[in-house]
Design a protein around this ligand. Structure first.
Ligand code: GZL
Length: 341
């Protein structure tokens, strides 16, 4: 009789344990959310693989923050993010990873224009729409991406040239020989290709504008300072520096100051910069940078709007160009305080 009673107790205890475990598993007690709950929660989220090219500049950081804020879980997304540290191979690896994870969309800022045909064909064959952010790609078949959200960087380069025409005219130097050095961003990036080409379109109208040297300073402050120091040692008569982003400009300004020269309004050297981050706009206000051609990094909401339109089955454009300005001492004041980057 005792043996029977003991067996019944053991069976009851086992049943109790099973019930407790079942309750915990379903309520997500031991393992975090139950798999079914985890899957249900994420099922209706739009899974987006984001390949950012790097974190080389203030502009890039603002661009990253903008896309991470827009493509957030609160806004209906399941974002997966990778920083490629300005290396194309890392971006290709990240995109292949997103393809194997079967994301719904791929958003990527290509570090350079070429070398993407194969991996974008893999994404297309997997039925994953690719959205370009910021820069563009040079591919045989432009159906390999659905759209690009970014700037018209050729136009930005032209704006720099047109401003210099006006500046020289205003200062009575229109027919003077003008010696120019150019700090470019990463050679082969659409930012460098656009800005270099746009500025050259204007420069080529002026036989008295002489580009002494054009050098890749990597879009970074350290490289901008290093290259500017070298150029100052090589050329004693630089009149204008065209620096294709503010980070390189900050480095160039340090080198110019170290060389005992002045910049900006009435200075020895005219400074033309790009991006228009807050710190640079303050230098425009203070007359240290002559002009800053805006490049708007706040592209996240544009990208989210495009994805939501695609989700609704709507037609979208092949390109969305963000609004941009040109800042000089005369108009910059009102833009500085609410600058978020
Ligand atoms: C421009 C962007 C450039 C910025 C730089 O659209 O690609 O890259 O001008 C950034 O600051 O590094």
């Amino acid at each position: 009789m005792n043996r029977l009673k003991n067996n019944l107790v053991v069976v009851a205890l086992c049943l109790l344990c099973l019930i407790v475990m079942a309750v915990f598993y379903i309520s997500g007690g031991f393992l975090g959310k139950s798999r079914s709950e985890e899957t249900d929660n994420n099922d209706h989220l739009i899974m987006v693989g984001i390949s950012q090219l790097g974190s080389e500049s203030v502009w890039r950081t603002a661009n990253t923050e903008s896309v991470q804020q827009a493509l957030s879980k609160e806004n209906g997304y399941f974002p997966i993010f990778n920083n490629a540290r300005q290396n194309q191979e890392n971006q290709i690896k990240a995109i292949r990873g997103y393809i194997s994870q079967k994301v719904d969309y791929i958003v990527f800022a290509p570090v350079t224009e070429t070398g993407w045909d194969t991996v974008l064909m893999e994404a297309k064959n997997a039925g994953i729409p690719v959205i370009l952010m910021d820069r563009t790609v040079d591919v045989e078949d432009d159906s390999l991406y659905v759209t690009r959200v970014g700037s018209d960087m050729h136009e930005e380069g032209k704006k720099a040239g047109m401003w210099l025409e006006e500046e020289l005219r205003d200062k009575g130097r229109f027919d003077e020989d003008i010696n120019i050095v150019i700090l470019t961003g990463n050679k082969g990036s659409s930012a460098e290709i656009g800005r270099t080409g746009g500025f050259a379109e204007i420069k080529n109208k002026h036989k008295n504008w002489h580009v002494l040297e054009e050098v890749d300073a990597d879009f970074t402050t350290s490289k901008g300072k290093e290259e500017m120091r070298r150029l100052l040692a090589k050329y004693s008569d630089i009149d204008v520096v065209v620096s294709q982003n503010d980070d390189m400009t900050f480095g160039a300004l340090e080198a110019i100051r170290d060389a005992g020269k002045t910049t900006g309004d009435g200075g020895d050297i005219v400074i033309i910069s790009f991006d228009s981050c807050k710190e640079a706009l303050e230098l425009v206000r203070d007359g240290i940078i002559n002009v800053d051609i805006e490049c708007n990094p706040l592209q996240g909401q544009y990208i989210s709007d495009v994805i939501k339109a695609l989700e609704r089955g709507e037609e979208i454009r092949k390109e969305y160009i963000v609004d941009e300005n040109v800042f000089t001492k005369s108009n910059v004041e009102g833009y500085i305080n609410d600058r978020t980057y």
